[in-house]
Design a protein around this ligand. Structure first.
Ligand SMILES: C[S@@+](CC[C@H](N)C(=O)[O-])C[C@H]1O[C@@H](n2cnc3c(N)ncnc32)[C@H](O)[C@@H]1O
Length: 368
């Protein structure tokens, strides 16, 4: 993989913030590299944390990503940014020095146990300032760094996360978390927010890949116009697996940092593909494939990684095949997802309490 990319340190930015159904960077890198020199744009209609977009950047392809989750979009946008650690730290320092007076601080047991008051005040100042203006590449990366640092495990050494003991990939549920922290007598530590940002900025911005033309959009890929007027030469994507609908509640703290409410919202989003029945799911995926086909060049290719979850009885391979019928794409081959990716499967986190996931496959299609 490293031989394909520009240098190992240029891969670092991809890890700026976890997103729990991400696929490994090696997958889009391999697919894009196999197409040779750039021919059109790389598109990902379910871009998540922007892994395909970042791979496209590493290989010099222009790229577009769309996702219905604001958290995904904020992380993916940072993957196309160009800045330096010095600039990110300077931006954070000046926000913290400005001492915004109108900065709202959430109240309640969760917030008291999750963050030391001084840390929470700094987090809220950064949130407020980035909500007001996140237009520069430096602020986009600062925002993604904050999303990555917002919650995670405590360490014996210098803290790398801002919260009390928490999972890194998904946000803790408030009632459960407060019980846990109380039971174990875990008080939140006072964390130097600027220092955490500095360490992370230096790690993720060691070397930034060359700039490419790129667009990351918050939207619903089923809708016409989602891919604007870019000529799509290659699609590398992975839709949500049928029945996986927990993106919004599992990312509620990061969504709060991006302007969402300060408590968990359990209702699903209207802009997500529907999971009520296999029929709904298949027709929503077909709509997305059709939208992509409308913008595809005549020799475009599409590779879709898709697996299944065990608490849904549906035949996931058959579902994906059906979604491709009459979609503007013709299925050529279905191959098991590569061994190189085993153990790093995108759905592993989701299965923490649900036994083994079903096998993942890569579906290769051409324009019909
Ligand atoms: C399996 S994840 C993609 C992960 C991605 N490959 C990565 O490496 O981060 C599927 C994504 O589809 C998004 N999604 C669901 N319905 C959507 C829709 N109608 N339009 C755009 N994105 C959607 C979810 O928010 C989620 O981020």
């Amino acid at each position: 993989m490293l031989a394909l990319a520009q240098s190992e340190s240029q891969l670092a930015l991809n890890a700026v913030c976890p997103y729990y159904t991400m696929f490994p960077l090696s997958f889009p890198l391999r697919i894009i590299a196999s197409r040779g020199t750039p021919r059109g744009w790389v598109a990902d209609p379910f871009c998540g944390r922007g892994t395909s977009n970042f791979a496209a950047r590493l290989l010099g392809w222009p790229t577009i990503g769309v996702d219905s989750s604001p958290v995904a979009v904020a992380i993916a946008a940072a993957k196309l940014a160009t800045t330096t650690a010095g600039r990110v730290v300077a931006a954070a320092r000046s926000i913290l020095a400005a001492n915004l007076d109108s900065c709202a601080i959430p109240q309640g047991a969760f917030w008291t146990w999750a963050y030391h008051p001084t840390t929470l005040s700094s987090v809220c100042q950064l949130r407020e300032a980035l909500l007001r203006d996140c237009s520069s590449d430096t602020r986009l990366v600062l925002r993604a760094i904050m999303l990555g640092a917002l919650h995670g495990p405590r360490t014996k050494h210098a803290p790398s996360h801002l919260s009390n003991q928490s999972p890194r990939t998904f946000a803790p549920k408030p009632a459960y978390a407060v019980r846990f922290w109380r039971k174990h007598g875990l008080r939140p530590a006072k964390v130097d927010v600027l220092e955490v940002i500095r360490v992370r900025a230096e790690r993720f911005l060691r070397a930034v890949p060359d700039h490419v033309e790129g667009i990351i959009r918050h939207g619903d890929s089923r809708v016409g116009g989602s891919f604007m007027d870019v000529p799509i030469g290659l699609v590398v994507t992975s839709p949500p697996y049928y029945g996986m609908r927990t993106y919004v509640p599992d990312q509620w703290l990061r969504a709060w940092f991006l302007g969402g409410p300060s408590e968990v919202q359990y209702r699903g989003s209207e802009t997500d593909v529907r999971h009520a029945s296999p029929g709904d799911f298949i027709s929503d995926l077909r709509l997305v494939w059709q939208r992509l086909a409308e913008r595809a060049t005549s020799d475009a290719r599409m590779v879709v990684r898709f697996g299944g979850i065990n608490d849904r009885k549906a035949d996931h391979v058959q579902m994906l095949k059906e979604s491709l019928a009459d979609s503007g794409w013709r299925l050529r081959t279905v191959v098991p997802a590569g061994d190189a990716d085993s153990g790093r499967r995108q759905a592993l986190q989701f299965f923490r309490n649900r036994g083994k996931p079903k096998a993942e496959f890569d579906f290769h299609a051409v324009v019909a």
